[in-house]
Ligand binder design. Structure first.
Ligand code: ADP
Length: 262
């Protein structure tokens, strides 16, 4: 299997030595080219899991294998896109995309490559602009182009559209779907939006919280584009809402109990 997540556990210990089990025995197999969403309530460990695939966070036990290699640290085979675009403000759009490529190829090739991926995210007309001249959605498209330009086998996306308004988000969903079809990348997409996960993914891994575990693994067999299949989308949305309701109640009850104690 292309990505293998094997018996992952993650325990954080606070300064008073209290153990907080964030992830408990996570096992997933992700085939090459799949678009998989990791969906769950805030705090269930989605970002922690994604960060482990990226090689940015280590597991307390268990392991992750990508394309036959055990993940120990970040690598070019795994590109990451965060909620904030984190572009260099003093560089133009093109320079931002070229920057990580400078060790991989000569300048002319890097610029050529940047041009190709900026075209893919429909930003060719903004190549010479600076980040502050772009909207949040455009900045995020630059960050996607920057990741894609490195040609990673896996694109790891941590709520990449979480900070955007509804309309922009919806437009970017369409663009990302097209990019995924064109590039055939494996995408692991973290979100807490049920609609977003249904719109985009082949498969939805639903996580529960405290500790973070996989509570359902759903294949989404609704034809694309999914907007044209409203009934099937609504039915799946309801099913997932039912799965998550108990989890969200759990969080709310714990928070109420905490407030009552303090
Ligand atoms: P999600 O992405 O689902 O919102 P996270 O993976 O960000 O969840 O966090 C899961 C849990 O792990 C949270 O309770 C969070 O407070 C805790 N956590 C995350 N990073 C750390 C850290 N570096 N140290 C201690 N606890 C952490």
């Amino acid at each position: 299997m292309f990505i293998e997540i094997q018996h992952i556990n993650k325990i954080y210990t606070d300064k008073d030595n209290n153990a907080n089990t964030v992830l408990e025995d996570i096992n997933l197999e992700i085939p090459k080219g799949q678009f998989v969403s990791i969906l769950g309530p805030s705090g269930c460990g989605k970002s922690t899991l994604l960060s482990m695939i990226a090689g940015l966070t280590s597991a307390s036990s268990g392991g992750i294998v990508v394309d036959g290699k055990s993940v120990q640290k970040p690598g070019k085979d795994r590109g990451m896109v965060f909620q904030e675009a984190a572009l260099f403000p003093w560089m133009t759009v093109t320079e931002n995309v070229v920057f990580p490529l400078r060790k991989e190829m000569n300048k002319k090739q890097a610029i050529e490559r940047a041009r190709h991926f900026l075209q893919m995210v429909q930003l060719s007309n903004y190549a010479s602009h600076y980040p502050h001249e772009l909207s949040g959605g455009m900045q995020q498209r630059v960050s996607i182009a920057r990741s894609l330009a490195m040609d990673p086998a896996v694109l790891l996306m941590d709520e990449p559209f979480g900070a955007l308004d509804e309309q922009t988000r919806s437009r970017l969903h369409g663009q990302l779907e097209k990019i995924w079809i064109d590039t055939q990348k494996t995408i692991v997409f973290v979100t807490h939006s049920i609609q977003e996960s249904i719109k985009l993914s082949d498969r939805i891994v639903v996580m529960g919280t405290r500790p973070g575990t996989v509570i359902a693994d759903i294949e989404v067999d609704i034809p694309r584009p999914r907007d044209e299949h409203k009934q099937q989308v609504a039915a799946l949305e309801e099913r997932i809402m039912g799965l998550l309701k108990g989890e969200i109640d759990k969080v709310i009850n714990e928070e109420l109990a905490y407030e009552a104690r303090s």
